[in-house]
Design a binder for this molecule. Structure first.
Ligand SMILES: [Zn+2]
Length: 223
């Protein structure tokens, strides 16, 4: 049996129809299949502990994301990885009146993806905030991510990365605006918490926008 959904893309029949319920919410627990993509947000050296703009416990996202990468890799499903890719005089930096220390300057080690993140050569890298005078928290802002997802027939994205209340939040909200179903891998995000509670408030906004939150193992299966 092949189950069709959305724009006529066949889902993986063996995984179709499963439902996962947690604390009163019912979400589709269909494991990754056709029409799905993994979207990894800004898992870059500068955002890891010890980096120029380290997110507390940020390296904890790597293990669950690697588990998701293995599932998507085995299934031959698309993987997108966004990155801040700033010029040295970027407007978000304190030297130009921004709120952040210089970080993720294009071509530097700090801008590199975490070496422990097991990205395959087929991963599509999406560089954002590449112009001096424009910042971009969302992987959709000023990039061709929406077009690439659409061209690949993607209808649902599994999202994890850094940081919860900035680039993950804005990427998820834009994904919902693009009409994509979104599952946030809840153990694969971490918050900066400039103000205590920022992460929780961001999670509330993403839920309000229709994003589902699941542990990676529940969302993707695998070992
Ligand atoms: Zn930045």
């Amino acid at each position: 049996m092949v189950t069709y959904h959305g724009r006529g893309i066949p889902a993986v029949a063996a995984n179709a129809g499963a439902t996962v319920r947690r604390e009163g919410e019912a979400v589709k627990g269909r494991a990754p299949g056709a029409g799905d993509a993994l979207l990894i947000v800004d898992v870059q050296n500068d955002f890891l502990p010890g980096g120029a703009l380290g997110v507390p416990d940020g390296d904890a996202v790597i293990a669950p994301l690697n588990a998701a990468l293995r599932v998507f890799g085995v299934a031959g499903l698309p993987v997108f990885s966004t990155r801040d890719w700033h010029p040295a005089d970027h407007c978000s930096f304190v030297g130009r009146g921004g709120i952040w220390p210089p970080h993720c300057v294009a071509g530097t080690e700090g801008a590199g993806f975490a070496p422990a993140l097991e990205l395959a050569s087929s991963t599509v890298v999406v560089s954002k905030a590449v112009h001096p005078d424009a910042d971009a928290y969302s992987g959709f802002a000023g990039t061709d991510l929406a077009e690439r997802l659409s061209a690949g027939g993607v209808e649902r994205v599994f999202v994890g990365g850094l940081a919860t209340e900035y680039c993950v939040l804005n990427t998820v909200l834009d994904a919902r605006r693009e009409g994509l179903e979104v599952i946030v891998l809840e153990d694969a995000v971490r918050a900066v918490e400039v103000e205590a509670g920022d992460g929780a408030r961001a999670i509330g906004r993403m839920r309000d926008a229709g994003a589902a939150f699941l542990p990676t193992r529940t969302a993707v299966g695998g070992e």
